[in-house]
Write a protein that binds this ligand. Structure first.
Ligand SMILES: CC(C)(COP(=O)(O)OP(=O)(O)OC[C@H]1O[C@@H](n2cnc3c(N)ncnc32)[C@H](O)[C@@H]1OP(=O)(O)O)[C@@H](O)C(=O)NCCC(=O)NCCS
Length: 168
């Protein structure tokens, strides 16, 4: 049975693995192969993920039959110009488990955690899978907050979606 619970340090390897696989399969054709090929599970990445987990205000994992199959981190909005109090920072489901309702379960748990407050998320432009998912979850495109980030000398265009609060 699928269970959503807060992440612990013991989940670090599983979360790092899902993150790497999610990049490779989710962003194939959207990012240069050089960046995707460099995504590997190694000590450095595991250590970095440990910090992400311990510092995130919210870090949830989805567990199925005692195996971690997805995770989400989030917390206060990082860009002070964005008028939504919360933000999803990182959100990945293991590719072997896509389209099985795990993302939906994590999203519902996140909304509960922030008590139905409004929030936003940045995602890679052209990531139709994630766009369909977020729109199904109620996300609305908000182009004025789109932004560009540089990853390994490659400019990446991120688009922004907002989610209205459920208490308004
Ligand atoms: C985006 C992601 C988190 C969705 O997780 P998921 O567990 O597969 O999503 P769900 O099974 O809960 O899907 C819920 C709904 O979203 C939509 N959806 C999800 N994947 C879709 C796809 N590939 N194509 C079209 N619609 C899709 C559907 O409406 C789906 O409902 P349905 O299956 O009843 O039609 C997952 O695909 C993923 O980890 N992708 C790679 C990483 C990524 O892009 N993360 C977002 C970064 S910001």
């Amino acid at each position: 049975m699928l269970k959503i619970r807060p992440a612990t340090e013991k989940d670090t390897l599983a979360i790092t693995t899902i993150n790497v696989l999610g990049w490779k399969q989710g962003y194939s054709g959207l990012m240069p192969n050089s960046i995707l090929d460099a995504m590997v599970v190694n000590e450095k990445r595991i250590e970095r993920m440990k910090e992400v987990i311990s510092s995130a205000e919210i870090c949830l994992v989805a567990e199925d039959e005692s195996k971690v199959v997805g995770f989400l981190t989030g917390g206060k909005t990082r860009n002070k110009d964005i008028p939504y109090p919360y933000e999803i920072y990182v959100f990945y489901v293991h590719p072997d488990h896509w389209r099985a309702g795990i993302g939906t379960a994590l999203m519902q748990a996140f909304k509960k955690k922030i008590k139905g407050a409004p929030f936003g998320v940045y995602m890679l432009d052209g990531n139709e899978r994630a766009l369909n998912f977020y729109q199904k979850m109620g996300g609305i495109r908000c182009p004025k907050f789109d932004c560009d980030t540089e990853i390994n000398h490659t400019m990446i265009h991120d688009i922004f979606l907002k989610f209205e609060g459920e208490n308004d």
